[in-house]
Design a protein around this ligand. Structure first.
Ligand code: IK2
Length: 424
């Protein structure tokens, strides 16, 4: 039986084989490498013992090694002891995770939680949260589907929003002449944007510039968003990484909620819990009341189900265990502060070496003024190319340095490299 099927099935193959083979995918062109992850690919191929990967935003300890937080290790040990099953989570994820994640972002005492009006779904980290959010806007935002993002912004924001069908423009953010925030330009652009535009805001530790608005500037931003009927979409990928304090870093989000904005939020635990590859985050919607929350929850499920059915559970259980166990939460908060402090100390050392050891005459104030994981160095694409070819230092084309990739043992080498490529 099998051999007769085989004979009839394979008969035509002899005819096809006699023609020149043309693959179905023949016309698919080679795409460019990813602007950030492509840097890691190039770094891996470099054999120099001095090489440094300052491209991707991933925290390293002072020995340059990936850092698994103690609170995370303890949570995993506890989970093994619990003999947990591997059943599917619900479409919106592990409830003990989403509850704790919402409280961490909005505050334990937030009315959105006590009044049961936060619709929240576990997501595939921050990227997945942004994508679910963009799909949600495309499906249900009652006005024109326009979103504005800061210039510059995290590169992936642009295809995420566009691929979900939103029309995207940029608003002024960074001032090259001061390496700081151009607040007047930002307010003006937000004022000029068509009414009801969705405004993407980095809640803290802006990527790639490391420049955040002050509290007073957030108040001004909130004001113009309100006046123009715009809608705030917060991206909080670095809670705790800006100041070392998760409450302080949630200032803008909580202030907007307190002022009556109905915000939406993409939250990530990649950086602040070191759970990069676990892909755990959340997308949430502040609703008017519990009845509205129930309707929004139902629509989030309808959006998520055909995309990936339901999220992975391991990372969510880690976060839930850490946040719901007081001693582990305390230890974790200390570890977040430790990571933020190590980055701050690298900023000070880098600037110090540039100015004092190598006598750079350029201004490097912005290295210590900027906050979070990144330093927007001001290096040109040519200088970035030169630091890569001559010094084996890898960073993104825009001159962004991932400060978390620097350690005590190579900060001086980096300063020397930067000085050499920037001195002319
Ligand atoms: N939003 C912002 C602003 C981010 O920076 C990131 C993470 N970017 O990290 C890579 C880099 O810039 O080097 C995200 C969202 C999403 O992160 P994740 O999907 O890993 O949670």
């Amino acid at each position: 039986m099998l051999s007769s099927i085989a004979r009839t099935t394979f008969k035509p193959t002899t005819r096809i084989a006699s023609r020149a083979f043309v693959s179905t995918w023949n016309a698919v062109p080679q795409g460019p490498p990813d602007a950030i992850l492509g840097v890691t690919e190039a770094y891996k191929k470099d054999t120099s013992p001095n090489k440094m990967n300052l491209g991707v935003g991933a925290y390293r300890d002072d020995g340059g090694k990936p850092f698994v937080l103690n609170a995370v290790k303890k949570a995993e040990q506890y989970m093994i002891g619990q003999n947990m099953d591997k059943e599917y989570a619900g479409i919106t994820g592990v409830p003990s995770f989403t509850k704790a994640a919402g409280a961490l972002a909005y505050g334990d005492d937030s009315s959105v939680i006590s009044e049961n009006r936060l619709a929240i779904a576990q997501s595939i980290s921050g990227t997945g949260a942004l994508r679910v959010g963009a799909e949600f806007l495309n499906a249900w935002y009652p006005h024109a589907k326009n979103i504005v993002v800061p210039n510059p912004t995290w590169g992936n924001h642009i295809p995420i929003m566009k691929n979900a069908g939103l029309s995207l423009e940029k608003y002024t953010y960074f001032d090259k002449s001061t390496n700081g925030l151009n607040i007047d330009g930002m307010l003006e652009d937000l004022h000029k944007a068509p009414k009801n535009t969705v405004v993407l805001l980095h809640a803290c530790a802006h990527n790639p510039t490391g420049v955040d608005p002050t509290k007073e500037q957030w108040d001004q931003i909130s004001q113009v968003i309100k006046e123009r009927g715009h809608f705030p979409f917060f991206d909080m990928a670095y809670q705790g990484f800006a100041s070392g304090d998760c409450t302080r870093d949630a200032y803008a989000l909580r202030k907007f909620v307190a002022e009556g904005h109905q915000v939406i939020l993409a939250q990530s635990f990649a950086k602040n819990m070191g759970l990069y590859g676990e892909r755990v985050g959340s997308f949430s919607v502040v609703c008017a009341d519990a009845e509205e929350k129930s309707r929004i929850d139902s629509q989030l499920k309808i959006i998520i189900r055909p995309m990936y059915s339901n999220p992975p559970i391991h990372g969510a259980h880690i976060v839930s265990t850490v946040l719901n166990t007081p001693e582990l939460k305390q230890e974790w908060l200390g570890e977040v502060k430790h990571m933020a402090d190590r980055i701050i100390s690298m900023r000070t050392k880098l600037r110090n070496h540039l100015e004092n050891d190598f006598g750079s005459k350029k201004s490097w104030n912005h290295i210590t003024d900027q906050i979070g994981m990144f330093c927007y160095s001001g290096m040109t694409p040519q200088q970035v190319e030169k630091i890569k070819s001559d010094w084996h230092v890898y960073l993104t084309q825009d001159g962004r340095i991932s400060m978390a990739g620097i350690s005590s043992s190579n900060v001086k080498y980096l300063a020397e490299a930067i000085h050499n490529v920037t001195k002319d």
